[in-house]
Write a protein that binds this ligand. Structure first.
Ligand code: NDP
Length: 336
């Protein structure tokens, strides 16, 4: 039998954590033949709630679940983990300045960088979800220099999935038939959801089954260039307004998709969006954590190369890169 994979989830007593746990325990994230041990970390104030989640995991009688650690001790939580999903963060509440949120969150990521560097397994793959996700991941990367850059990523898959969902709704096709949408840049309202390379698999007519371009099928450039983009950028806010809570089940599901594709690979001909360390591709400053289209194989992602970028896209890709540069300098000024 396979050795269990150790999965760390920080901020595990929160709402995304609660939705994510059964997905990990059921093998949705790492496959139906991969046993797992879950390490849940949270702060002292959440310790009791965390214990409650542990009780529910035991009560779930998940065959793949080989152990659960629920702890407030960072060292115990990080010990030998192969995968780290970072949900812990202070939410931005009314009246809070961007700088306040930034300052508190980047300090958490600086501290956790050292803990992961010292105690996690050498091959540990890290996914940062907590906001500001790209910049938290950047801080983690900079303060954990011994973790390979390639192993530190942030979540933009939720934005990617939201974009697939909107296109599927518009065209009244199955979401599974839509692919190769791209989220460029920051997981914030400056992100650029790009459909220029997206396709839909059509099979209604057997003689002409194949892939058709989304731009061609929608043929409403105005909608694609305005309403579609703002719907994706503002989707998180729309969910908060409706639910009075931020998105959690879709965020957990997207975190699961991100890890599954990274570890088990993307299907042939399909790419997904991941926030990864820029190597300068598409003119994005090297070292920034920026969302790119990637394919994954053998546990490694690579940025899809050679896509044609039009002027409209260029402006939007650069705007979100500038925001990330600003966040980076704000983060460093907060860390002093
Ligand atoms: P959630 O589980 O709802 O969210 C966790 C983090 O994910 C937040 O930072 C949230 O940012 C972010 N996020 C990123 N993308 C999304 C998305 N699309 N939808 C929703 N959230 C997204 O937060 P909770 O407050 O329920 O739980 C957080 C947990 O972290 C708590 O258990 C708390 O105790 C713990 N915590 C730990 C700290 C530490 O380790 N030092 C410090 C602070 C908290 P946003 O709010 O901007 O949406």
């Amino acid at each position: 039998e396979k050795e269990p994979v150790k999965v760390l989830v920080t901020g595990a007593a929160g709402q995304i954590g609660y939705a994510l746990m059964p997905l990990i325990a059921r093998g949705v994230m790492l496959g139906p033949n991969q046993p797992v041990t879950i390490h849940m970390l949270d702060i002292e104030q959440a310790a009791e709630a965390l214990h409650g989640v542990k009780m529910e995991l035991i009560d779930g009688t998940f065959p793949l679940l080989r152990g659960v650690v629920a702890t407030t001790d960072v060292v115990e939580a990080c010990s030998d983990v192969n995968i780290a999903i970072m949900l812990a963060g202070i939410p931005r509440t009314e009246g809070m300045e961007r700088k306040d949120v930034m300052s508190r969150n980047v300090s958490i990521y600086k501290a956790q960088a050292s803990a992961l560097e010292q105690h996690a397994a050498d091959d540990c793959k890290v996914l940062v979800v907590a906001n500001p996700a790209n910049t938290n991941a950047l801080i983690l990367k900079e303060f954990a220099p011994s973790i390979p850059e390639k192993n530190i990523t942030c979540l933009t898959r939720l934005d990617h999935n939201r974009a697939l969902g909107q296109i599927a709704e518009k065209l009244k096709v199955q979401v599974n038939d839509v692919k190769n949408i791209i989220i460029w840049g920051n997981h914030s309202s400056t992100q650029y959801p790009d459909v220029n390379h997206a396709t839909v698999t059509t099979s209604s007519d057997e003689r002409s089954s194949g892939e058709r371009s989304v731009r061609h099928l929608i043929a409403d450039d105005k909608w694609l260039n305005t309403e579609f983009i703002t719907t994706i950028q503002q989707r998180g806010a729309a969910i908060i307004k409706a639910r009075k809570l931020s998105s959690a089940l879709s965020a957990a599901s997207a975190a699961c998709d991100h890890m599954r594709d990274w570890v088990l690979g993307t299907p042939e001909g399909t790419w997904v969006s991941m926030g990864v360390c820029s190597d300068g591709s598409y003119g994005i400053e090297p070292g920034l954590i920026y969302s790119f289209p990637v394919t994954c194989q053998n546990g490694e992602w690579s940025i899809v190369q050679g896509l044609k970028i039009d002027e409209f896209s260029r402006v939007k890709m650069d705007a979100t890169a500038s925001e990330l540069l600003e966040e980076k300098s704000l983060a460093y000024s907060c860390l002093g």
